[in-house]
Design a binder for this molecule. Structure first.
Ligand code: ADP
Ligand code: MG
Length: 301
């Protein structure tokens, strides 16, 4: 293992440093990620939110080793994903990470039972039949589906299929589990159940989880919500539980703007609109804060 303590993100499980992804369609260039920074520590359960087209899937496909960034550093569990050989990439996908897709049908083999689906990745890494069966049942139990082990996907509800998909993604004991809108096709109640299963898996198996979602209620389930806007992280919501002297637990959510490594900050749209900020702003430094003012001269011209 290489020591990255002197680098951005240190030895964190997921590190994106100034990540850029440009898609070229003929003459047209789409900048899907424009200098994105992200650090996820071992054992964290974070959610990435953002409007459609903000770059969430692009980011997750890069982290999952399914797509390659144009520039920047991306490191997951000590794998540098930018210049990886195909052999190493296959190894990485098979042994180091698990992936859950939005489309329930994409996660599972339709002709295999729940248990057989969970066992499938273990066949590739050569586990014995007995070992596969016992870990398979253990994982189905973890997602609360031990009594559905012999059901095929079509005999399961959408939420149950996603829970089997989570168990399947855990079959290779990954360091990190990535899920791209795993609740995208589910109603609110079922979404909550699936997010709670992810939380259980994070807590019980200690796996680091990065989930992409448009579900505004996801903050209730995770420790940290990272918002992406225009291919860059723009804000973070942190949740912590405070225990008062008389033992009462209060959950406190606080939203922060993200300051990137070169000092860039994204102002929330509603702040920009409220003061009609445009192109240039005036900044003044006070002992413990910074003020942002509209540039009145440019506004008048
Ligand atoms: P999200 O998942 O947040 O909806 P995506 O990562 O899918 O966003 O897309 C980010 C941007 O990149 C969008 O403008 C999208 O049109 C573009 N994009 C994504 N994938 C491709 C691709 N394969 N080819 C060209 N453009 C793409
Ligand atoms: Mg997407």
């Amino acid at each position: 293992m290489t020591d990255h303590l002197d680098q951005f993100g240190g030895n964190a499980t997921v590190v994106c440093d100034n990540l850029v992804k440009i898609y070229k369609i003929g003459e047209l260039e789409v900048v899907a990620l424009q200098g994105l920074d992200l650090v996820v520590e071992e054992g964290e359960f974070i959610a990435i939110v953002g409007t459609s087209g903000s770059g969430k899937s692009t980011l997750l496909n890069i982290l999952g080793g399914l797509d390659v960034p144009t520039a920047g550093v991306v490191r997951v569990a000590d794998y540098e994903l930018l210049n990886m050989s195909n052999a190493l990439r296959t190894d990485y996908r098979r042994k180091t990470i698990g992936f859950v897709w939005q489309q329930t049908g994409r996660n599972l083999f339709p002709y295999l039972t729940a248990l057989e689906n969970v066992e499938a990745p273990m066949v590739l890494n050569g586990s014995s039949k007995a070992a596969r069966r016992s870990l398979g049942m253990e994982l189905l139990e973890l997602v609360g589906l031990q009594d559905r082990s012999d059901h095929r996907p079509e005999q399961l509800s959408g939420g149950e299929q996603q829970r089997v998909a989570i168990a399947t993604a855990m079959a290779n004991s990954p360091r990190v589990l990535f899920a791209d809108e795993p609740t995208g096709e589910l109603d609110t109640k079922t979404s909550n159940e699936v997010l709670e299963v992810l939380r259980t898996v994070n807590r019980e198996a200690g796996v680091t989880i990065v989930v992409v979602t448009h579900d505004p209620l996801v903050a209730d389930h995770v420790n940290r919500v990272v918002a992406i806007r225009d291919g860059r992280t723009s804000s973070e919501v942190l949740r912590r539980t405070e225990v008062s002297d008389d033992g009462e637990h209060t959950v406190i959510s606080e939203e922060f703007a993200v300051l990137d490594r070169v000092g860039r900050l994204q102002l929330p749209n509603e702040y920009v609109d409220a003061l009609e900020l445009e192109r240039r702003v005036r900044l003044t430094l006070d002992p413990d804060h910074i003020r942002v003012y509209p540039d009145d001269e440019s506004a008048g011209s």
